[in-house]
Design a protein around this ligand. Sequence first.
Ligand code: CMP
Length: 148
Amino acid sequence: MLQTTLVLLKPDCVQRNLMGQVIARFEAKGLTILGMKMMQLDDALINEHYGFLADKPFFPAIVSYMKSSPIVAMAIRWANAVPTIRTMSWATNPVDALPGTIRWDFALSIDGNIMHASDSLETANEELKRFFKEWEIFDYERLDNKVL
Ligand code: CMP
């Protein structure tokens, strides 16, 4: 099933000049990037996005970490994009990730784990609305899908 999901390239990805390498993996897989923008997150957006973790002891650290530099938000579409991108990213804690996955290859810590990806289709729909206006998503036809 064709799905659109949200990916955030976190401050460590931006700060360590890893954006291109992560985006290249999405492109190599053939995923369609429908939207992409750099943003400086504020308390309101972070509280909304990570509100389900508000009672966790590490919540203040997440808020301060996610504000520590701009992030890059991406809207990505593909067949089963939600589980596909979660598989490419793998476990939240990079020590639990599988070799060859984005977090195994690049992440240094559980906070600096390179990227966020929506965990279900329902969450993806909510998170996409949170980070993108309707006009920031581009529904274009790909050259490789066209009959030439
Ligand atoms: P993410 O997939 O963006 O969702 C919540 C984030 O909280 C998670 O990635 C981690 O970066 C961060 N986090 C920090 N500490 C923990 C922890 N102990 N367990 C789970 N997530 C954590």
